[in-house]
Design a protein around this ligand. Structure first.
Ligand code: ADP
Ligand code: ZN
Length: 731
């Protein structure tokens, strides 16, 4: 070891307790954020320099191993490193597990391959063979580099001819980086003429962008009020700064075909798209462009799923979270974080404004706005002459439906009328597949997943029974596996496929589209479906929650909700809020243009506050009541909530660990520990599961206390713990 060796800390993208100590000597120049390779056991791993001058390390310097090499990658920006540390401590996750989300985007780090291109030399000899002459005479801009193969193809000569010209110095090689920069969105493109209230909101957001400081803004506006147009103005403002970057988070990236088209119309270029289904080449191009120091090559606007928060932005000027209430922003495995909440943190670290847009903001966000922590902008009118739709509930207790049918007479009549008028209708049911349950009518046996406590869902497409939790599938049995009676298995309850079947029986000539995630296998297919709805090639759309996401179909005038009560039961404290948001959103698809809209809710409990609020249009009163109830029970956002999920293959080991955790719970009046109890999904992917729920008063430093508590609980072999701060799912 040389005398000037010093200690640094390197974070590895692994679920370890924290960064590890390594040595560097005088020859290697490193800065925080640099990518390095280091030895770990017998392996060599990539990591990021996390701390150049660690203070409290207790490993003797003689025992440390040296950093092997510095990698030729741009350093991870400070704001992203701070964000990673923040997310780790908030979610009680190992920092390396969070780093992993930022760096292990498969193949993102590959260098775009340098391509050898060739260009014609400016001074060619007068005499050339005919073949060479045809290359030289090609109508190609002077100096344009192209691949050898392309030159040959264009000139209809063999590649040997071009190679010969290279040898003779008549063509010269040029090195070109493989990835072209993205086209620049143009903030000076002409936007729409804004109404007064839109203009007021846009002006406020432009000012905030101009101030370059952290500030959350709630942009609340009824469906169709032009929220997107308005936050486009804020994006335009941020684009006017040199090299400024904008991140737009959307709930489900595959579903934003219409959004992309609108963006392109407004800014003359598509934004950079980021989500988990990009190809490695697309991912690499985006990752490098986002982290570009050179502002002419830098990606300016990224629209993405929550994982885009972990991109290495150099100069974030604005974050927008569209449909901020959407529960799909919550990541439910690995590091369990909420994309909306973490977007606010990311904006804080980047010191820029963050816009939370929704027609049905979450109670959390409303409370922050009421408390003055967030600015609050409101759009109360639909664009143009469009009015909010007329809403009615049908009391299903009064309806006599034939077995195996789900559409009430009034809804059928409304559908028939709409079809006759040449308008489009949407039927909403948040259930994929044909039937949620398959049952033996002789012995009552239910088809369940062998790995989960869940029923198998029948899908007619592909003739399968599928577990929606683990993906297990099998054929639909002809014979009951229990009593062995033949032809005794029957489908129970409806999924979208079954509703589509009923509509097809009622209106044999109508054109039907089923919109559910398993019907649509690619963004391109989604685009196609959206286009065919826009072109009015579809009369009836039957869809799950994926249709609630911001679509604008001018000819869609009727929305029927098959089962408005679905989602109201269960242990989720946000069940009512969530159902209200979902139904308000789906209702918001009706009558967005000149033709008035109508919404029909089928319900077995139309007196329920959620349904009542939808019908009366008094969402305000409903939310106030909801806030009051939650305050009484100290539920979020009035108190803190966390879940601990204990799981493992061996039931006894899981139960024992869960009881031990409860026994070691902190004795604190401000903290209540509920459980352990077997989880509602007591068995998932072959593992037994127990849950504990922790309720705490708002001022409690929950992460600190839980961190200490859980690190003092030994786990039985094969048992693992998952901590979910602010849980959104309770299965
Ligand atoms: P929201 O996001 O609030 O549901 P949108 O931004 O999607 O509303 O607007 C609804 C429809 O009205 C869209 O087709 C949009 O292009 C149009 N629109 C909204 N504001 C304007 C405006 N000022 N000028 C022209 N069209 C507008
Ligand atoms: Zn399963």
């Amino acid at each position: 070891m040389s005398s000037d060796a010093r200690r640094i800390q390197v974070l590895l993208p692994l679920p370890l307790s924290g960064p590890f100590d390594y040595l560097i000597d005088g020859d290697i120049f490193l800065e925080e954020g640099d990518f390095v390779t280091v030895p770990l056991g017998s392996r060599t791993l990539q990591g990021v320099v996390w701390n150049m001058s660690p203070e409290n390390s207790n490993i003797a310097i003689e025992k440390l191993k040296p950093v092997t090499a510095k990698l030729d990658l741009p350093a991870l920006p400070q704001s992203l490193r701070a964000f990673i540390d923040w997310v780790a401590s908030y979610t009680l996750s190992p920092p390396g597990a969070v780093l992993k989300m930022a760096v292990s985007v498969p193949r993102a780090f590959d260098r775009a391959r340098k391509k050898n291109f060739y260009r014609l030399s400016p001074d060619l000899p007068k005499k050339l063979t005919d073949a060479r002459r045809s290359v030289a005479n090609l109508d190609v801009p002077m100096g344009m580099p192209m691949a050898l193969k392309i030159w040959a193809e264009l000139a209809s000569v063999g590649e040997g001819v071009v190679r010969g010209m290279v040898k003779a110095g008549q063509m010269t090689p040029v090195e070109v980086m493989g990835d072209a920069p993205y086209p620049e969105p143009d903030p000076f493109h002409i936007g729409p003429h804004l109404s007064d209230e839109q203009d007021h909101a846009a002006r406020h957001m432009r000012e905030l962008v101009g101030e370059h400081h952290f500030k959350p803004v709630l942009l609340e506006g009824i469906t169709g009020s032009g929220k997107t147009e308005v936050y486009f103005e804020a994006i335009a403002e941020a684009l006017k700064t040199d090299g400024g970057q904008i991140l737009v988070l959307v709930p489900e990236i595959a579903l934003t075909a219409q959004w992309l088209t609108r963006f392109e119309k407004r800014f003359g270029a598509e934004p950079v798209i980021w989500h988990s289904e990009l190809t490695p080449a697309q991912r690499r191009r985006a990752w490098w462009a986002v982290g570009q120091k050179d502002i002419t090559k830098r990606a300016k606007v990224v629209v993405g799923a929550r994982s885009a928060l972990f991109l290495p932005f150099v100069d974030l000027k604005l974050i927008v979270v569209d449909e901020e209430h959407s529960p799909t922003f919550k990541q439910e495995d690995g590091v369990m974080y909420h994309g909306r909440d973490m977007a606010v943190v990311r904006a804080m670290q980047a010191d820029c404004p963050v816009i939370l847009a929704s027609a049905t903001p979450s109670l959390e966000t409303i409370l922050n706005a009421e408390a003055g922590k967030y600015d609050w902008l409101y759009l109360g009118q639909r664009h143009g002459t469009a009015q909010l739709p007329n809403m009615t509930a049908i009391d299903m207790r009064q309806q006599k439906l034939a077995a195996g049918t789900w559409l009430s007479d009034p809804l059928r009549a409304a559908l028939a009328k709409n079809l006759a008028q040449g308008e489009q209708s949407l039927l909403y049911l948040n259930r994929r597949g044909y039937a949620p349950l398959t049952l033996c009518r002789t012995c009552g046996h239910r088809m369940e997943c062998p790995h989960c406590s869940a029923w198998l869902v029948e899908h007619r497409k592909g003739e399968k029974l599928i577990c929606h939790h683990c993906g297990f599938f099998c054929g639909k049995p002809k014979v009951c596996p229990e009593c062995e009676n033949t032809d005794s298995m029957v489908a129970c309850g409806p999924g979208v496929e079954r509703v589509a079947e009923e509509v097809r029986d009622l209106f044999p000539d109508a054109r039907i589209a089923v919109m559910a995630s398993d019907e649509i296998s690619s963004p391109a297919q989604m685009r196609q479906m959206i286009t065919s709805i826009e072109r009015h090639e579809v009369d009836f759309i039957i869809g799950t929650q994926i249709v609630t996401k911001g679509y604008h179909f001018p000819m869609l005038t009727l929305v029927g909700v098959i089962d408005a009560d679905l989602g109201l039961s269960g242990g989720d404290p946000r069940a009512a809020e969530r159902t209200w948001q979902q139904l308000e959103q789906v209702a918001g698809r009706a009558g967005r243009a000149e033709r008035p809209g109508q919404v029909v809710f089928q319900s077995y409990a139309p007196e329920h506050p959620v349904i009542a609020a939808l019908i009366s249009g008094d969402g305000q009163a409903f939310l106030e009541q909801e806030a009051f109830d939650r305050e009484q029970q100290m539920l979020p956002p009035f108190g803190k909530l966390a879940a601990i999920i204990v799981s493992g293959a061996d039931f006894n080991a899981v139960a024992k660990t869960a009881r031990r955790i409860a026994a070691l719970a902190p004795k604190d009046k401000a903290i209540t520990v509920l459980g352990p109890v077997p989880a509602p999904m007591a068995y998932l992917r072959g593992k037994n599961r127990f849950r504990l729920l922790i309720k705490a008063e708002k001022q409690v430093k929950l992460q600190k206390i839980m961190g200490q508590w859980l690190s003092s609980c030994p786990l039985e072999r094969g048992v693992s713990l998952q901590v979910d701060i602010d849980p959104y799912s309770f299965f």
